[in-house]
Ligand binder design. Sequence first.
Ligand code: PNS
Length: 164
Amino acid sequence: MAETLAIYPGSFDPITKGHLDLIERGSRIFERLVVAVLVNLEKEPLFSVDERVDMLREVTKGKTNVSVETFSGLLVDYAQRKKANAIMRGIRAFSDYEYEFQMALMNHKLSPTLETVFLMPGESYTYISSRLVREIFRHGGSVKDLVPPVVEDRLREKAKANKG
Ligand code: PNS
């Protein structure tokens, strides 16, 4: 049987400790895990795709079965090209459920043999989101406990550059 390959897609703007927790869990379940950053030209991100990929590679560098890539277009098409068995997504709270449920069903409709697997992060990460990290950063708050150190460093550099 071919190896089990899961894709963990997302914006990762920026990667949080919650994402990292999920990557750790996923890398123990699947033989290969591809963290796939969506190239979304419509959004105005805090970090460029290259910066996000860089940070993801930095925080996953010890994990031999985890790789980081980018994708654009439909997730199911990318998953098919990669010959993936599953999409991995995290569910933190009920509030995530509706969005994730809709996306999983739509992906299932588009690609019936591709399964979505949901994992829960450790409970201490359930309140963390990239959106809140960006908001706290914008207002000068501390994100120390929310993101890996490499992200904190990059945010500090960004804050310095913004001040000019
Ligand atoms: O971390 P996010 O921003 O919640 O991730 C959303 C993501 C990237 C998984 C989703 O937007 C996606 O898969 N986009 C690719 C386009 C696509 O396939 N859209 C249909 C999804 S049902």
